[in-house]
Design a protein around this ligand. Structure first.
Ligand code: SF4
Length: 690
């Protein structure tokens, strides 16, 4: 039986998977790919169950009464669904202007789809209104990396470097649960592991030192560690002089981060800070990795920058087995932010307000540069303006479930319902699709051709093992069909190879240069790292000689703590933080449908310290209501000694009455426009009669 080698549909590790199709049944086994080396987590093992799941959408859905989203859905043909969508687009743009039609993409889309969606918005719709769910994921780390290094590749070194590092600091990552096969790289190391997390996660249990700062104070922690590193004489002054700029200004600002103050703000004891500074400062090699726990804050960009500053002072970036990186979450979270589905961006990680970038991309697309719209609003700003004057009136959503994944859920739902028209492309009837006028059934991971770019910047092939069932179609076909009906079909191809060829040309010369990457090279080399200009080899480890900045040096940037976390008071006395579970993925649209993944999680848990629970008469398993200044949600209490006594942790994979994002704070980071998912004020109450 011939097998097809492809990659897991879920996270950015993009574990290799072998698929066999026998009598229509798909079976799955791990493949020996460089990232997973034969390992898979439980999500990957069960991914084949998605393909023929009884909830799978097999035909387009339209409302029985056009324009009335309270009327039930009925199955329709593609022509009818496309016609309704194009009529709504045309009516909206005629009445309210081009930007009144918006596109919302996702970090799960292949590179080809992300690219084509960005082009569709600019060339077919000619709208500035496009952004994607990666704004809720990687945008703060991306902002910091671009600012410091001149480029944003989550890990600017191969994953194998993690196994070579002597001391590893993980800030806001629970790798053991979110990416279990990656733990083999941590476990191969003999050195110290420092975990920064307000709770004792599965990863924190393996730590040499576990720091538990108050959520929202990681910037203070990182600046405090840098203060101690400098005080102990551990800074790499030769590296700083030769390879960086801006150090003196950062050093001058660190006087405010003396250890006692850092302890007072973060809650981390001075002796732990000193121990960690000593571990980092005396290690032969060291690595600092951040993830969403440190980044999803209204000062997430500056927080990531504070960790970058620490790494630069230690002379880590560019050295084998050392460096700074951010662990990407979504499957194509890296590629998803490179090819133009961001509001401010064109393919190749180019800025949309850069005249040279516009000229290059317009030439590839065969349009005049002045035809391309300018930058649009970020994801949360676009969502909160929907249905209002000047806002989006018709929205097309691809690979996103914003009703579960966006903050301040009830307001987002209210705005979605204010739209004149909503179309969603998904494989299941997600909470967002339930709100739509038209739902398009999309092909899945094992049914499509394309590429993904993993957390290391390695471009990998997604290969089809079977054709999509029923009327399910690849999003490339959906986008192309819409463009054709809008009179712009000549600019679009639905063939993944052709799209990738065009993407290569559009990205050439940009920061994320795919010019030399071909499907054949991906096959031959087990993935190709970008940057890879035409005729060159891909760069696995970046920054070895220079940084891609104007002067070749990395930039220190002075960052100061703002008390950005929502105010705690007598009514809302605790800090709520959100995160991920091993058996669930993102908004749960897929994983909540797999029985093996939902066992025991029917009502998600709110993790809290026994002292906090006792104060409210709460026992393990009791129903609890969490309430913030935005909404309420119900959970089962889980008592854990390892969480800070002032903090409550909830997973965000559910919607409905256990939707964590009914609670979260939509305040935005001023640079990345990342919402403050990881810290807000919350009240806790036992529900006597659930
Ligand atoms: Fe690998 Fe991530 Fe898939 Fe798990 S979810 S199998 S870690 S790619």
């Amino acid at each position: 039986m011939p097998s097809t080698t492809t990659h897991c549909p879920y996270c950015s590790l993009q574990c290799g998977i072998s698929l066999e199709v026998r009598n229509g049944e798909v079976s799955l086994s791990p493949a020996d790919f460089p990232t997973n080396r034969g390992g898979l987590c439980v999500k990957g093992w069960t991914a084949a169950e998605l393909l023929d799941h009884p909830d799978r959408l097999l035909a387009p859905l339209v409302r029985t009464v056009p324009g009335d989203r309270r009327s039930p859905f009925r199955a329709a043909g593609w022509d009818e669904a496309l016609d309704r969508t194009v009529e709504a687009i045309t009516a909206s743009q005629e009445r309210y202007g081009r930007d009144s039609v918006g596109c919302f993409g996702g970090g799960g889309l292949t590179n080809e789809k992300a690219y084509l969606l960005g082009k569709f918005a600019r060339v077919a719709l000619r709208t500035a209104s496009i952004d994607y769910n990666g704004r809720f994921c990687m945008s703060s780390a991306a902002t910091a990396a671009n600012r410091a290094f001149g480029v944003d590749r989550g890990l600017p070194f191969p994953l194998a470097d993690v196994a070579r590092t002597q001391v590893l600091l993980l800030a806001g990552s629970n790798l053991a649960d979110t990416m279990p096969p990656a733990m083999q790289y941590l476990n191969e190391r003999g050195g110290g592991l420092i975990v920064v997390d307000p709770r004792t996660s599965a990863t924190a249990k393996a730590a040499t030192v576990h720091l538990r700062p108050v959520p929202g104070t990681d910037l203070v922690l990182a600046n405090g560690l840098l203060h101690l590193v400098l005080r102990a004489g551990h800074a790499d002054l030769a590296y700083i002089a030769a390879r960086t700029t801006g150090f003196d200004e950062v050093r001058a600002g660190l006087t405010a981060y003396w250890p006692d103050r850092v302890e007072r703000v973060t809650g981390v004891p001075v002796e732990d800070l000193e121990r960690v500074a000593e571990m980092l400062g005396t290690a032969a090699s060291a690595m600092i990795l951040t993830a969403r726990g440190a980044e999803q804050h209204s000062q997430g960009s500056d927080t990531a920058q504070a960790f970058v500053n620490l790494a630069l002072a230690l002379g880590l970036p560019g050295r084998p087995g050392s460096g700074y990186g951010s662990i990407t979450g979504q499957g194509n979270g890296q590629g998803g932010r490179e090819h133009g589905q961001k509001a401010d961006q064109l393919p190749g990680y180019r800025r949309i307000d850069d005249p040279a970038a516009r000229a290059h991309v317009a030439a590839v697309w065969g349009v005049a540069p002045e035809e391309l719209p300018g930058p649009g609003l970020s994801a949360q700003e676009m969502l909160s303006g929907m249905g209002r004057d000047g806002g989006v009136r018709a929205l097309l959503v691809f690979a996103s479930n914003v009703v579960v994944s966006a903050p301040d859920r009830d307001r987002v739902l209210d705005r979605l319902r204010a739209l004149d028209f909503l179309a969603v492309s998904d494989m299941f009837l997600s909470e967002t699709a339930m709100e739509a006028d038209v739902v398009f059934p999309t092909a899945q991971w094992a049914e499509e051709e394309g590429t993904m770019t993993n957390l290391e910047g390695r471009v990998v092939r997604r290969r089809p093992a079977r054709v999509p069932p029923g009327q399910a179609r690849d999003d490339l076909q959906l986008i192309t069909a819409l463009a054709r009906r809008l009179g712009r079909g000549a600019y679009f191809s639905a063939d993944a190879r052709e799209v990738f060829q065009e993407l290569r040309r559009a990205s050439s010369g940009g920061a994320a240069d795919y010019g030399g990457i071909t499907y054949e090279r991906i096959e031959a080399e087990q993935g190709v790292f970008w940057p890879c200009p035409e005729g060159e080899t891909g760069v696995a480890r970046m920054f070895t000689d220079r940084f891609p900045t104007a002067d070749g040096r990395a930039r220190f940037v002075r960052v100061e703590h703002r008390d950005a976390t929502e105010r705690l008071d007598a009514e809302f006395p605790y800090v709520l933080t959100t995160g991920r579970l091993m058996r669930q993925y993102q908004s749960g649209t897929q994983t909540r449908r797999i029985a093996a993944l939902t066992q025991g999680d029917a009502v998600p848990s709110a993790e809290m310290h026994p002292d906090l629970a006792r104060r409210h008469g709460i026992g393990a398993g009791d129903a609890v209501e969490l309430r913030t200044r935005r909404g309420r949600a119900l959970f089962a209490a889980e008592l854990a000694d390892g969480i800070r006594p002032d903090t409550v942790f909830v997973p965000f994979h559910w919607g409905g009455e256990s939707g964590a994002n009914a609670l979260t704070d939509p305040s935005l980071d001023p640079l990345s426009r990342m919402p403050a998912f990881k810290a807000c004020a919350v009240a806790v109450r036992k529900v006597e009669d659930p």
